[in-house]
Design a protein around this ligand. Sequence first.
Ligand code: LLP
Length: 409
Amino acid sequence: MNPFSTSTLREIARTHGTPCWAYDAATIRQRIAALKAFDTIRFAQKANSNTHLLRLMRAEGVKVDAVSLGEIERALAAGYVAGGDEIVFTADLFDRATLARVVELKVPVNAGSIDMLHQLGESSPGHRVWLRINPGFGHGHSNKTNTGGEHSKHGIWHSDLADALAAIRQHGLKLVGLHMHIGSGVDYSHLEQVCHAMVELVAKVDMPIEAISAGGGLSIPYRDGDPQIDTAHYFSLWDAARREIAKQQGHAIHLELEPGRYLVAESGVLIAEVRATKQMGGNRFVLVDAGFNELMRPSMYGSFHRIDVLPADDTPRAVQPTVVAGPLCESGDVFTQGEGGVVQTRALPQAKVGDLLVFHDAGAYGASMSSNYNTRPFIPEVLVDAGQVRLVRRRQTVAELLALEQTGA
Ligand code: LLP
């Protein structure tokens, strides 16, 4: 999906420079609306934690997940209120500073280890906790995004459930419910397996629970022709599991889900400018001013992002096999590659210096995974809402980066 007209993209590049992220608020609102059947939509802000997007989410009734102290502070800065269930902290461990803040603010915890339950229980008896369970299987668009099974570090192993419940009892913690997230980019057959595992697990919980969480993982159509997920079908599978669990427990059960990618990926693009082109033997390289320090997904997972060329002039452009790469001093800085780092070509209209390249579906795990590698400052983010283009993060300066090292030492 292309949320922006080419004139809007050109206008953003002109005003804010390249590279630059742009997000479309209407697309985010549409994705939220498609999940409204769930009692709670909890945004996994790791996908995109810009506070302006978080504000938009909150205005639409979406709650938020935080996986670090920084993400808790972001949620607060965006107007989320701690203490109730607006913010949940999910992790497999507590660093000391985060534990102290979670206790101070009474942020409910989704615990992925029994150590977390002991550490929390010692300082905050009565604290509300979820148990994140690793059901023993997982699935992901890449091995790096598979969060279940014995090769994954995530969650409390399913057969340790009784020990987790014992820790909850020992410290007088309050169990809210069970949570599972087996990976990103799950399909329906895995989903049925997870729903079934959830029902089986809750049957082993010998105390009342209020809720279950389906985790995140909903895929989006990165490639032309990929299907858009059927959210009604997705809901119906979880709703059936919820009903069975309600029967077991003898009371109504609240159903949450925790998507990141689904809510924001398609709303966002990365706009870059072509700065050099070269023929390297049989390969034509187009080099742009954005690198994997901005959009890391192709280098990290071999992920595919659709790329459009916005020509700077109207000379005819023949389609040709093209390698698209960035400015970093590293050969893996290539946007057209498969898993394992194999450089691939993409059929693109011939791009020239001065053209813009638009990387689609970059609203999730784009800006939030960016780094300052090669001392490249973070780039701006703009949010387009009702035709208005708003700068929601300005470009970082090199001086700001250097200031961190001015320690007086
Ligand atoms: N809940 C938990 C506990 C998670 O660990 C994650 C993602 C989510 C929810 C949201 O998953 P989503 O709905 O976005 O698939 N950087 C990778 C994705 C890593 C996801 C990590 N956890 C990527 O760019 O594809």
